[in-house]
Structure formats: C-alpha cells, structure tokens
Design a binder for this molecule. Structure first.
Ligand SMILES: Nc1ncnc2c1ncn2[C@@H]1O[C@H](COP(=O)(O)OP(=O)(O)OP(=O)(O)O)[C@@H](O)[C@H]1O
Ligand SMILES: [Mg+2]
Length: 488
C-alpha cells in the first residue's frame, strides 16, 4: 500500500514546462531515488509535493487524502517534511535552538511544555549526530553539519514521508556514508523517503527504486540496475561518465613552468581557533593543481587567504611579488578569480547581469565577446539569460558561478567544489571545457574538491589538507597508491 501516490503532476513556469505529467508511488519503509539532468524538474517536483509551489494540475495523495494545492503547513501537519537543496538555518540561534524552533507546537496552549521540548530537541540532535555542537551557532559549523541540521529540522516533525533534495551535495565520501546510514535507519522506522541526488553511486546503494526525469518528464523507473542501464537515461544524464574508470591525469597542458602563485602561510586564525598552519604550496602557469580534504579541513580558508579576504601570518606571492597589503579587489584585477562554494550569486539579478558583473573590468567589446564564449560553454544559460538567478535550478546556478568567474579572464581560477550539485554529464562537459580553456589560454586552476575522481582525473599535482595542515603532496597519479581512495 502506497503512502504517497502522485499522478499526472504538472507545473509550468512561463514558457517552460518544468514538470510534465509526472506519476509515481512510494510505500512506507521504502526509499525512492529521483535522478535526472540539471533543470529536469526534480526539485520542482519535491516542491509541488510539499506545497511550496502550487501544481497546475495532477493529484498528490498522502495516506489516501488529496493534498495537491494545499498550503505547506497543512501538508506538513499531515506528515510530510522536506530537506531543501540549500541550508537556511537561523544564524543568531544555536543548533539546539534551531531544532527547538522546528519542534514548536502550532498552538500556543502547548507552549508550557518547554522542558519536554528541549529534551525532544536533544533526542533529534542525537539521532543525526549533532550532540557535540548543540550550543554552537550555524556559522561556526562545517558544511556537513549544516546539512545534518536541516535533516534534524525535518525529523523534528516526525514525518511519515521525507523529501530529501541533494543531501549528499558537498559531502565527502565518509560523510555521505554516515548520512546514508541515517536514511537507512529512517527507512527501518517505517518512513517513506524520496531522495534526489547526483551522487548516483550513493543513491543506488540506498534506494529500492529509481525514477529518472528529463525535461520535466519521467523517462524511466525501476531498480537501480535497470534505470542506470537504460539507454535513454545514459544518453541524457550520464554521458560517457559511467564507462570510464578514473584515469591517469589528462590535463597535462604545456606550460613554461613559471611560478604563478606561491603560499607560505604560517597560520590563519579565526579568533582563538587555528584554521590553517604551515600551508606551503604553489601553482605554475597553466597548471591544474588540486587541494583535497574533508569539510572543515581549511580549503575555503586557504582560498580566502589567497584573495585577501582573511588575514594570515606568513606570505603569499603572485608572480614573484608579495601580496602583503594588497586588497582583494587588486588581487582580482591582477588575475585571480574565485568561484566560491557558496556561489554568492546576485540572486535578484538576471543571468546576463551576473555574468556582466563578473566581467566589469573588461571594456564593452571584450565583455560581450567573453559573455558569448561563456554562453557557448553553457548553452542552457543562454536560454535562461534574462531569468533571475534565484529561479535557476541548483546545477544551473553552479554553471553561472563558474561562468561569472571566467568572465574576468583570469590567469588563475580558484575553483571551490565546482562539481557540487552538477549532473554527471555536465561535470564531463565542464571537464572538457576547462581542458579546452587551459589549452587555449594557458589558464591555471587551483581546485578544492572532495570529489576525488574529478580531482585525480584533472590535476597534475595534489595537496591533501587535513585539519588545516598539509599531509601529503605529490603527483596526482601517485595519490591513490600512496594515500588510498578512502582518505575522505
Ligand atoms: N520560479 C521559476 N521561474 C522560472 N523558471 C523556473 C522557476 N523555478 C524553476 N525554474 C526552471 O525550471 C527548471 C526545473 O528546475 P528544477 O529546480 O526543478 O531542476 P532540478 O531537476 O532540480 O535541477 P538540479 O539538478 O540542477 O537541481 C529549471 O530549468 C529552472 O530554471
Ligand atoms: Mg534541484
């Protein structure tokens, strides 16, 4: 008996049929995976189920009761909860307070049971492994913990149906396994789960069935083997990526070995806490170098130091000159561009405006040329050129972030987790595009990644960062043999 039954669900945004006659059913204690290219309508489908977006037509039955078109709070009350693609905690409240808020009863008469509320919040926190950070503020938490907090908030309502939108995005393999175990325990407790994620390996290992979407439609449904083997799914979603085992680095472009960037960071502190210690690394012209490490290892702090967003002890040199006292804007003008993990897009501006801001230092003609290049690189952005960044799908936003950084025509591109939220086919596409750019323009890239396959495939050299310190450095092809594939 299905607890959730979806039939003929439709949603149109202007000229775009985002969800088109989608039907599926999920039983209690069952996990359904939902995969598909960026922009294929997965998040929109979940939002329709949760009542965040109103369906144009179609039926959603939860325990045989029609809920399509009802407001979110009514749907939540009937037993549905959702973990959204982006974490949005209340930053002034602690972890415990965030969970308590999600637990608050919806009538004022129940408010007196404050003690029980705290007790229950602690239980939920314990269930998702947040006990150690109960009194911290979300700002201080590594990314993986923010995702756990979102899960805790969803679990607070003790849902019968849980919708998870990209819970694994941005998680390292170890964190992904831990999160998977949590989902398994939910399933064991009889919860029905709908799971959207581009980490197909993690999805396939966890779900009972997979449904695949493309351009708003469901194009396949079945066991993980059936769906990942489906020719149509492979064509629109995986590309060649399923066939290729990690190969030796290919990005060995010719470069003349001139030193572009050299860091001799003694330390970086946030208040009392030490975020980096003794980080000495370099990038030569045209080189592709990766820094790999878990969430919280210090990758983003390293990038922020290179750009001058945080203060550091020690020295960072750009083309032989110290950047001491050089402001972030001047570092950017000198040729360093950042593609941040948080994306930091101007959400209420259009795709075109975001790109133009990235290229604001170019003259008009150069800017238009560069924009045309980027739109050729990401054709879907050309189709969305006047749409506001806010309404883009997760993967489309990621493409825009990379595009905006490239608009500045940098000599060194700092890429912070660029594969986050991207479909396999698009990752492949971006891989090709980056290689092409390196060959054409001699662009150097410093990549921060938890996606080891991607890092090993593209880098000439790899640095392993653990709790703020470099633990290993060497040629990429030695990484797996010497460090192992399981470090993250
Ligand atoms: N409010 C909106 N206005 C206009 N277009 C929208 C709106 N919301 C979503 N879209 C478009 O609908 C399409 C489907 O978006 P959706 O977020 O469901 O994709 P997705 O399958 O979750 O993709 P991803 O894997 O990248 O997260 C996208 O092309 C997106 O640009
Ligand atoms: Mg999405």
């Amino acid at each position: 008996m299905a607890i959730l039954e979806v039939a003929g669900l439709c949603k149109r945004f202007g000229g775009l049929q985002a969800v088109d006659e989608v039907s599926f059913a999920v039983e209690s204690g069952e996990v359904l995976g939902l995969i598909g290219p960026n922009g294929s309508g997965k998040s929109t489908t979940l939002s329709l189920l949760m009542g965040v977006v109103r369906p144009d037509s179609g039926s959603v039955q939860l325990r045989d009761i029609e809920i399509a078109g009802q407001p979110t709070h009514a749907i939540a009350k009937r037993g549905m909860a959702m973990v959204f693609q982006h974490s949005r905690p209340l930053h002034r409240q602690t972890v415990l307070e965030n969970i308590q808020l999600a637990l608050l009863p919806d009538t004022i008469f129940q408010l007196c049971r404050a003690k029980q509320l705290v007790q229950r919040a602690r239980e939920v926190a314990d269930r998702v492994g947040l006990t150690a950070v109960l009194h911290q503020h979300p700002d201080a938490l590594p990314f993986a913990f923010l995702r756990r907090l979102e899960l805790a908030k969803a679990l607070a309502a003790d849902p019968a149906v849980l919708l998870l939108d990209e819970p694994f995005a941005g998680l390292a393999p170890r964190e992904t396994r831990e999160f998977s175990d949590l989902v398994v325990s939910l399933r064991g407790a009889g919860c029905a789960v709908v799971l959207v994620d581009h980490n197909v390996k993690a999805v396939a290992g966890l779900v009972d069935r997979i449904a695949a979407m493309h351009a708003g439609r469901k194009i396949a449904e079945g066991t993980p083997e059936q769906v990942t083997g489906n020719a149509h799914v492979r064509e629109v979603y995986f590309g060649k990526s399923l066939d290729t085992t990690p190969q030796a680095p290919t990005a060995r472009t010719e470069h003349d070995g001139r030193r572009l960037l050299e860091t001799r960071i003694e330390s970086v502190h946030y208040g009392q806490a030490e975020a980096l210690r003794g980080v000495e690394l370099h990038v030569d012209e045209g080189e592709f170098v990766s820094v790999v490490g878990l969430n919280g290892a210090g990758k983003t702090t390293l990038f922020d130091s290179i750009l001058g967003f945080v203060g550091y002890r020690g020295d960072i040199q750009w083309r032989g000159n110290s950047l001491d006292g050089v402001k972030p804007a001047a570092r950017a003008s000198a040729g360093i561009a950042l593609c941040p993990e948080t994306r930091a897009l101007f959400l209420h501006m259009s795709v075109r405006e975001n790109l133009d801001l990235g290229g604001h230092a170019l003259n008009r003609q150069a800017r238009v040329e560069q924009r045309d290049q980027i739109l050729k690189l990401f054709p879907v952005l050309a189709e969305r050129a006047s749409q506001s960044a806010y309404t883009l799908s997760g993967g489309e936003q990621q493409m825009l972030t990379i595009g905006r950084a490239l608009m500045a025509r940098p000599r060194l591109l700092l890429l912070d987790e660029p594969t986050l939220g991207l479909a396999p086919l698009i990752i492949e596409h971006i891989s090709d595009a980056l290689e092409q750019l390196q060959q054409d323009t001699g662009l150097a890239i410093l990549l921060a990644e938890q996606n080891l396959t991607f890092a090993v495939k593209h880098s000439r050299r790899i640095y392993l960062l653990e709790t703020g310190q470099l633990r290993w450095h060497g040629e990429a092809d030695r990484f797996v043999a010497e460090v192992g594939a399981d470090v993250l």
